[in-house]
Design a protein around this ligand. Structure first.
Ligand SMILES: Cc1cc2nc3c(=O)[nH]c(=O)nc-3n(C[C@H](O)[C@H](O)[C@H](O)COP(=O)(O)OP(=O)(O)OC[C@H]3O[C@@H](n4cnc5c(N)ncnc54)[C@H](O)[C@@H]3O)c2cc1C
Length: 419
């Protein structure tokens, strides 16, 4: 079998794979980027594409930001989050820094932009229409990928193989990396609308609760409207998708008015979407994006974490690629630690909430506090934007402030009632 040799072989040419390819090649590596789709314009259909602010600095570094802005991608600010205590509408501190923003951009716009940057990066050899069908191993170490392209099989050898092939990662399966799965008690459906369906057309909305919903203005002058009900609603959605989706959204307080616009897509979604997690490294091999950790879509973190996890891998390994397998694996260990430190706590909270439990007392304190106190609202926004981790999110001083704000609110309410 003929084979070619690269510094890095990346399976999956979507967000995580293209990011890794661009950054490795910019650092001087020769990269094979293997994507099973033939067209550079292929895109992921099942995605609500709210991109967290934490990914924006990296998107800027990659050169993605000006291109999506030119394509009409709106920023994610302002945001309005409905809770049973009222609306949370984070605002910058008077005279302070503006709040960080993300983007709402359809994958049919985003994916081709990111892929074309990869295609145009010197050192990236993009193999479209090439499917990874196995890994090549020697002495317990991954040393390459076997691909099938145009009916022919061949091997691509590399100092490092990267699985960026999404939640059902075949690279992880070929490497024998087990998958930890956590049940998700919600399902989700979304559709695109044209017209003034939102109370405020530039606001990204979330309705929080055990049943959830979102509405995001996006590129193309469209609004993506999604619902994420608990599975007790599933029979109704299965019996009449259109009717159940419309009825569910019509009951949201301050929700969209679907009759004011025109639906321009099918209602699409998924009825079972467990959260998945894998060890993100093995000798000679790393997993990035959904292949390493696939979260609950309701939090809109997957695209941002796909960009970012790829960049953490490149930062930990790029200087070590030519220093032998031992050094590459030391870089992989660094990536594994970074991945864990950044994502494990957040994924733990997300997985816990995916079980369908009501908000716990701490969450109630913070969400109610954020309705009543701009500083707590800004803190919640920083966490929801994925700029801070769980420890800082739940810092005692933050909980104490929210508790005080809520206590004052109760006392004022009691005084008003007794007047
Ligand atoms: C309903 C829903 C809504 C969502 N909404 C949001 C949201 O609002 N915001 C957000 O941030 N995230 C959202 N997500 C999650 C987001 O879509 C993913 O986290 C993100 O796409 C992960 O990117 P990735 O590059 O890791 O993988 P993917 O985008 O899945 O890409 C994997 C790539 O690998 C290729 N591939 C797979 N197998 C092979 C193979 N054997 N050989 C070659 N190529 C292969 C595929 O063709 C694909 O191009 C949502 C997900 C769902 C299901």
């Amino acid at each position: 079998m003929n084979h070619s040799t690269y510094d890095v072989a990346i399976v999956g040419g979507s967000i995580a794979g293209c990011t890794a390819a661009i950054l490795y090649a910019r650092a001087g590596a020769r990269v094979a980027l293997i994507e099973r789709h033939k067209s550079p314009d292929a895109y992921k259909v099942l995605c609500n594409h709210y991109i967290q602010p934490s990914a924006v600095p990296l998107m800027r570094e990659l050169g993605v930001t000006p291109l999506i802005e030119r394509a009409g991608a709106p920023r994610t600010l302002p945001v309005a989050w409905w809770t049973r205590w009222g609306w949370i509408e984070p605002e910058p501190e008077p005279g302070g820094e503006p709040l960080p923003y993300g983007f709402n951009v359809r994958r049919e716009t985003l994916d081709p932009i990111v892929r074309r940057i990869a295609l145009d990066t010197e050192g990236v050899d993009v193999q479209l229409g090439a499917k990874a069908v196995d890994l090549v191993s020697e002495g317990g170490r991954t040393v390459g990928v076997r691909i099938k392209q145009g009916g022919e099989e061949r091997e691509i050898r590399a100092r490092l193989v990267v699985g960026a092939d999404g939640r059902n990662s075949s690279v992880a399966e070929y490497a024998g990396i087990p998958t930890k799965s956590v049940a998700n008690s919600r399902f989700s459906y979304f559709a695109y609308y044209r017209g003034d369906v939102l109370p405020k057309s530039d606001v990204s909305y979330i309705w929080f609760g055990q049943d959830m919903a979102y509405a995001n203005p996006t590129d193309g002058g469209l609004t993506a409207i999604a619902c994420a009900p608990g599975k007790s609603h599933l029979p109704a959605f299965k019996a009449d998708l259109d009717g159940a989706y419309t009825e569910y959204l019509s009951r949201l307080p301050g929700g969209p008015d679907l009759s004011a616009g025109e639906r321009v897509s099918k209602i699409i979604g998924t009825t079972d979407y467990p959260l998945l997690q894998r060890e993100p490294t093995a000798p000679g091999l790393a997993l990035v994006g959904d292949a390493g950790l696939c979260s609950d879509p309701i939090w809109g973190v997957g695209v941002g974490w796909a960009f970012q996890s790829a960049s953490w891998l490149v930062a930990a390994t790029k200087e070590r690629l030519h220093l032998g397998p031992g050094e590459v694996d030391r870089g992989l260990a660094e990536y594994r630690r970074e991945h864990r430190a950044r994502l494990r706590g957040q994924q733990f909270l997300i997985a816990d909430y995916a079980g369908g439990r009501p908000m716990n007392p701490i969450e109630r304190q913070l969400f109610a506090g954020a309705v009543r106190d701009p500083q707590t609202a800004r803190h919640l926004h920083r966490y929801a934007s994925r700029f801070i981790g769980v420890r800082e999110f739940l810092a005692p001083r933050v909980l104490a402030r929210a508790g005080l704000v809520n206590a004052r609110h109760r006392i004022r309410g009691a005084a008003r009632t007794s007047l």
